[in-house]
Design a binder for this molecule. Structure first.
Ligand SMILES: Cc1cc2nc3c(=O)[nH]c(=O)nc-3n(C[C@H](O)[C@H](O)[C@H](O)COP(=O)(O)O)c2cc1C
Length: 191
């Protein structure tokens, strides 16, 4: 059970979590597409929508993605029904200038994806622990044009796993770390 400091917060935000144990229930394309569709509506600088999700559709593609994960992630993510790699386009298409907001925008898209996944009873888990160079090859994209953000695992969470207590939320439960530790009003100094 996760606790929040405001009873006005929608449970989706508080109850979303990153499992490390999935059932073997497949994630149908239709469900995965709903997550990508949620991501598609994320806000982005110049409405450039610089994110690109490359997902697995066959056991061979799945194995290829599993092989580039670091061992610690392979240990739990290999049995995940679906994996994907999230890239961003480095430049705006309208003027070819560098898009300095691409990573920020991809983060918004990932969060929309994760919340939609949770809404449908799935758990989406982001991973940074993998061979980023090899990801370009698997995604079939050019490192001159794209940057690697993260990999995603998606599936139904198995009953044996449960959200890990983690310091901010544990502290919040004790009310030892108030919202003011991450939110400042106006020109207050953080120091
Ligand atoms: C960009 C990013 C990279 C992450 N990389 C990994 C990873 O390589 N392996 C892993 O097990 N979890 C990874 N995580 C998951 C975080 O550890 C997790 O989101 C965090 O502990 C909070 O837990 P929660 O998502 O269940 O609330 C990553 C999360 C993000 C957003």
């Amino acid at each position: 059970m996760r606790h929040t400091q405001s009873d006005l917060v929608h449970p989706l935000f508080v109850e979303r979590w990153s499992t490390r144990a999935y059932t073997d229930e497949p994630v149908p394309d239709r469900d995965l597409e709903a997550m990508f569709e949620a991501a598609r509506w994320a806000p982005s600088s110049f409405n450039a929508q610089p994110w690109l999700f490359v997902y697995t559709a066959s056991p061979e593609e799945h194995d290829r993605m599993v092989r580039i994960l670091v061992p610690a992630n392979q240990a739990w993510a290999a049995s995940t029904p679906r994996l994907a790699i999230l890239f961003t386009r480095k430049r705006f298409s309208h003027n070819q200038r560098e898009n300095g907001s691409a990573a920020f925008d991809a983060g918004s898209a990932w969060m929309s994806f994760a919340l939609q996944a949770h809404h449908m009873g799935y758990s989406a888990h982001a991973m940074k622990g993998f061979d980023h160079e090899a990801a370009f090859d698997i995604g079939g994209v050019n490192p001159d044009d794209y940057a690697v953000m993260c990999m995603l695992a998606v599936g139904r969470p198995a009953d044996e796993d449960e959200p890990e207590p983690r310091s901010p939320r544990k502290d919040q439960r004790d009310m030892a770390q108030p919202l003011s530790s991450s939110v400042l009003q106006g020109a207050e100094s953080a120091s």
